[in-house]
Design a protein around this ligand. Structure first.
Ligand SMILES: Nc1ncnc2c1ncn2[C@@H]1O[C@H](COP(=O)(O)OP(=O)(O)OP(=O)(O)O)[C@@H](O)[C@H]1O
Ligand SMILES: [Mg+2]
Length: 212
């Protein structure tokens, strides 16, 4: 089983959006996918509840006391985490993943919060030195804006506790497609193919990195 944790304590950076779109992507590939919503806000559970029965199944995974309970033979586990987690709880989520995806928004406030988060990851060096892979994704980017350019520069120079560069995998534009698809319990891989061509293209580097 490949477990993918979507993590960034900054609220609203796109964790649930990435989680549900990854779940939809792997489900429509025919994989047995489980989605663990570890956030009491229940955004990804709400999305799953809206999902039409005709679409490829995504199985909800249980979460309690820091443990995830997945259905037998799950191939891909996607873990959506809450905002504002630090310390032991953050360490707990880092331990759950083989791949860790960090969405970031291109605003100065979000970039500063992301800097503090990366610093906190340094204190979890012992976990990250293990076999966890990390990557960041710029999300809700209005291309050609100054904020987007700053995020570019920042993401390009982030170093991991191991001294390696944090791979900056892709840029996802701000698009109503995410909102419209989510309203229907769909990912952009299952929604309005003509309108989502560009968005799906932007996901490709992340999907390759995840081995999809
Ligand atoms: N690329 C995008 N384009 C347009 N809207 C987006 C995009 N990504 C996320 N959003 C919207 O931004 C809002 C916040 O996104 P989301 O809920 O995924 O963030 P989050 O990190 O899970 O938030 P929280 O920390 O509260 O759990 C949502 O309304 C979502 O639909
Ligand atoms: Mg969320």
């Amino acid at each position: 089983m490949h477990s993918i944790v979507i993590l960034n304590p900054k609220g609203g950076c796109g964790k649930s959006t990435l989680a549900v779109n990854l779940a939809g992507y792997f489900a429509q590939l025919g994989k047995r996918v489980a989605l663990a919503d570890c956030d009491p806000q229940r955004s990804s559970s709400d999305w799953l509840a809206l999902r039409p029965e005709s679409e490829p199944t995504i199985i909800p995974a249980g979460f309690s006391n820091g443990r995830i309970k997945v259905a037998a033979r799950t191939e891909i586990l996607i873990i959506d985490t809450p905002a504002a987690i630090h310390g032991q709880r953050l360490a707990g989520f880092v331990k759950l993943g083989q791949s860790l995806v960090i969405p970031m928004l291109p605003s100065p406030i979000d970039i500063r919060a992301a800097e503090r988060f990366i610093e906190e990851l340094y204190s979890l060096r012992h976990l990250i030195n293990r076999k966890v892979r990390l990557a960041s994704v710029a999300n809700r980017v209005r291309e050609d804006t100054l904020a987007a350019a700053r995020l570019d520069v920042y993401l390009d120079r982030i170093k991991l506790p191991t001294g390696q560069k944090l791979p900056y995998i892709t840029v996802l534009r701000a698009s109503q497609n995410y909102i419209r698809a989510a309203e229907k319990g769909l990912s952009i891989f299952e929604f309005a193919p003509a309108k989502t061509t560009y968005d799906r293209e932007q996901w490709k580097p992340l999907l390759r990195w995840l081995g999809g």
